[in-house]
Design a protein around this ligand. Sequence first.
Ligand code: FES
Length: 108
Amino acid sequence: MSKPQRHVFVCTQNRPPQHPRGSCAGGKGSTALLQALWAEQQKRNAYDTVAITYSGCLGPCDHGANVLVYPEAVLYRGVTAADAEEIFASHLERGEPVARLVAPETVW
Ligand code: FES
């Protein structure tokens, strides 16, 4: 395995439907998003440059589905499967974060 240029963490935390915090996989589509990112990785044969890992809760559950990208420590919020191609092409390949999805600093 090569050391990836970027590592993507996709929150796939799941909680019961009535839970007050909600969850990224519980109605916010993060499982489909994870599958879409993996599909983009396969399409682009980006296994040596990008690592994609599912994770537990990243913190700002109200804003999910949440995605964290390192080494830039860019937190995306409200991400859906429809955003996977843009994130891959812009950020993961060209190093240009998708501004419209970046969480504000106040979320941290
Ligand atoms: S459940 Fe995804 S950030 Fe908390």
